[in-house]
Design a protein around this ligand. Structure first.
Ligand code: FDM
Ligand code: MG
Length: 214
């Protein structure tokens, strides 16, 4: 059981198109927090280590074909299988900095424009998952992202598709998101991120973890 009086950690998510700097910034944030004595861990979705994550990895690397609805539910299940562990960490006082979460799930499937898999359908399996306290959206044009060295070989790493993903992210964006211009320097972005994250950590300590849709 969790000792009384432990301040819970904050649940902080980074979202954005591929190559927008999510991985760099999430790692820098965790290093910064740890070096200031804040208990924080870097997580990412998909978590390719689990059995479900291995199926997702094989799909993303085109070693397997999975129906669009099916793989959407696998991505969501990959978050659900981590739900208890996320809540335990947060309640024990660990701040979780997470590279991609539900908004990626919704944006990437909605971007496929598959009949029947509309926004509501894409959001439904996310309802009930732990809701982030803070979402950073690193906003970058696909042109600028592609100019950073081009995309890799994975299934979704195509410019036209990333354009549609960006449109979906922008339609999901809500006023609680911290939208950050990801074309700025790493250091400028990092300092904005630190400011908002520090604030979120102090607010989270006094609040319950919410559920998506709840
Ligand atoms: N992705 C990621 C999804 O399609 N749905 C999801 O729920 C999540 C979390 O998986 F193209 C996509 C986004 C990306 C791919 O992600 C692999 P990483 O961050 O590049 O490993
Ligand atoms: Mg990738």
């Amino acid at each position: 059981s969790i000792p009384a009086g432990v301040r819970r950690g904050a649940f902080i998510v980074f979202e954005g198109v591929d190559r927008c700097g999510k991985s760099t910034q999430s790692k820098r944030l965790v290093d910064h927090l740890n070096s200031h004595g804040v208990d924080a861990e870097l997580w990412r979705f998909p978590d390719r280590q689990t059995a479900i994550g291995k199926m997702i990895n094989s799909y993303l690397t085109s070693q397997s074909e999975i129906d669009d609805a099916g793989v959407h539910l696998l991505f969501s299940a990959n978050r659900w299988e981590k739900r208890d562990a996320m809540l335990r960490k947060l309640q024990a006082g660990t701040t979780l900095v997470v590279d991609r979460y539900s908004h990626s799930g919704v944006a990437f499937t909605a971007a496929k424009k598959v009949p029947g898999l509309d926004l509501d359908w894409c959001k439904a399996p996310e309802f009930g998952l732990p809701a982030p306290d803070l979402v950073f959206f690193l906003q970058l044009s696909v042109e600028a992202a592609a100019a950073r060295g081009g995309y890799g070989e994975e299934r979704y790493e195509k410019e036209a598709f990333q354009e549609e993903v960006l449109r979906q992210f922008l339609s999901l964006r809500d006023p609680t998101w911290q939208v950050i211009d990801a074309s700025a320097s790493i250091e400028d972005i990092e300092s904005k991120v630190q400011t908002h994250a520090t604030e979120a950590i102090s607010h989270a300590a006094a609040a319950q973890v919410h559920a998506i849709g709840g």
